[in-house]
Design a binder for this molecule. Structure first.
Ligand code: SAH
Ligand code: F3S
Length: 474
């Protein structure tokens, strides 16, 4: 029997490198987690001998890290693939890969639907990219969408893409067990698992060594972080009392990071109200380097809709949580995500959402029209029955109300002094810096002699609904 002898992969890549250094280009869509994942993918692809480029026209490998959260996000990716398909007619060697949530949702179907795609990799399969690259460079297509119970990429040092050198994302959990009925994430990112605190501290230490000043801890649901030696969150119940004693929850992790790195600013996202507890709020209030901002999506102000969304808290419990937060941290900013036009949302439900917003007066928020996602429980159980026109007008109403509240909040800073970490040049003026205060509000001010990475006290003199404007105090 004849056996095909495959050339050694390392040798092959080595030869390719001598002929011509291969370049890869990566583009990310969707949530912060996707942007963080692209940094992990870049690290893996770079170790295969590819160098990164910011110009897709000169790339040999184009990777799109995709989002499935709403239909519009998927349409954007499909349109982008059309741009690349033109490029493929010019450069016959160009390979195109799709990563992330759309890859996981559509799997092999992607190869049939989008003929230009060579590679499909789900969020838990990035370690397999070297093997998959080998396949596509041999002229085959390659797919790996296996979801994992363990994968956290804890030992991979991310390549900080288009970084400002000051702020960075650090993933602490992957997946989500919450099963909100509208949400595709549990299907595309799998079950919830937490990352070893040691590897989190190591990654932050590396950032500190490179002079970074702020980290944002990322997870679909950070407050449910739980390290007990590895494994799924859902299996925690089964472990021994002794192991439970040494488990690290989110409050403990926050404390550990805040104490180990007293000069680093700490942010985190996202908090699900049902998992945020007093221990976390107290930890935030005690440590000055934990930023006083909580992204606390609520999705709706109506108990009927919250129940139908499988959100595990009531409107009253949510408001009580905010009361506790404000008792311990009166200056803590709260932001939200809201969905309008969920199935069976009536005018009265919508009014309850407006009323909730009026009570909280959020600093800012992200607002969306409900988009039905195939496979979710809402898709299976409910008709998408709120007419598009009504979804649109309700969305406009909540956006307008949010803008009013944002202005109310920024206005309250006039005459006050806030501490700002300078991140970059202001988009509007080369003479000004842009940074954020603890509450995650953008602050712009004249550059003077300050530089990116400096912490500065800024006296606020003016504002819009989205920005504080002031003078840096020398
Ligand atoms: N826990 C996650 C939530 C991810 S989705 C996090 O880390 O942010 C982000 C937001 O998208 C959700 O809070 C919700 O407001 C919105 N969203 C999710 N699925 C949606 C859908 N099917 N239609 C409209 N908006 C949706
Ligand atoms: Fe989605 Fe709800 Fe998890 S919004 S990511 S299922 S907390």
């Amino acid at each position: 029997m004849e056996t095909e002898i495959k050339p050694d992969r390392k040798l092959k890549i080595g030869l390719d490198k001598i002929d011509n250094v291969r370049k890869f280009y990566i583009e990310s869509y969707g949530c912060q987690m996707n942007f963080a994942d692209s940094e992990i993918v870049s690290s893996i692809v770079s170790s295969e001998g590819y160098t990164s480029t910011k110009n897709f026209e000169e790339a040999d490998l184009i990777l799109l890290n995709t989002c499935s959260i709403r239909e519009k996000a998927e349409t954007t990716v499909r349109n982008r693939l059309k741009d690349f398909s033109k490029l493929k007619t010019i450069n016959k060697n160009l390979k195109v890969g799709v990563l992330g949530c759309m890859a996981e949702r559509l799997k092999n179907k992607f190869l049939d639907q989008e003929k230009i795609v060579d590679l499909v990799v789900g969020p838990d399969a990035y370690r397999d990219i070297p093997n998959l690259l080998e396949d596509i460079n041999d002229g085959k297509s390659a797919v790996n969408v296996i979801l994992s119970k363990e994968e956290t990429y804890g030992d991979i040092s991310p390549v900080r893409l288009s970084s400002n050198g000051v702020t960075a994302f650090v993933s602490i959990t992957r997946g989500c067990d919450n099963m909100c009925t509208f949400c595709v994430v549990p299907f595309t990112r799998g079950r919830e698992r937490s990352r070893d605190p040691k590897s989190i501290l190591k990654e932050i230490q590396e950032l500190v060594d490179k002079n970074y000043k702020e980290v944002t801890l990322l997870g679909q649901n950070v407050d449910s972080y739980l390290w007990y030696g590895g494994g799924l969150k859902k299996d925690y119940k089964k472990i021994s009392a002794l192991r439970k004693k040494t488990a690290v929850n989110f409050a403990k992790l926050l404390k550990l990071i805040a104490q180990t790195f007293p000069k680093i600013r700490i942010r985190f996202s996202t908090s699900n109200p049902q998992d945020m507890n007093l221990e976390v709020i107290k930890t935030m209030s005690i440590h000055p380097n934990i930023c006083k901002h909580i992204h606390l999506p609520v999705q709706s102000g109506s108990d009927k809709i919250l129940k139908s969304m499988n959100r595990k808290h009531s409107r009253l419990e949510y408001l009580e949580l905010i009361k506790k937060i404000k008792e311990l941290m009166p200056d803590c900013a709260i932001s939200h995500d809201m969905i309008t036009g969920f199935p069976n949302e009536s005018d009265d439900d919508h009014k309850l959402t407006l009323d909730l917003m009026e009570q909280v007066k959020y600093e800012f928020g992200y607002m969306f029209k409900y988009s039905e996602r195939p496979g979710t429980l809402a898709y299976k159980k409910h008709e998408d029955n709120v007419p598009e026109q009504i979804k649109k007008s309700r969305l406009q109403e909540i956006v307008d109300l949010q803008q009013k509240h944002s202005l109310y909040r920024t206005y309250s800073y006039l005459g006050k002094t806030v501490r700002v970490l300078i991140e970059k040049e202001s988009k509007k003026s080369k003479a000004q810096w842009s940074g954020r205060n603890e509450q995650n509000m953008v602050v712009v001010f004249d550059k003077k002699n300050f530089k990116v990475g400096d912490f500065v006290d800024v006296h606020i003199t003016d504002c819009t609904s989205a920005t504080l404007i002031g003078d840096a105090i020398i």
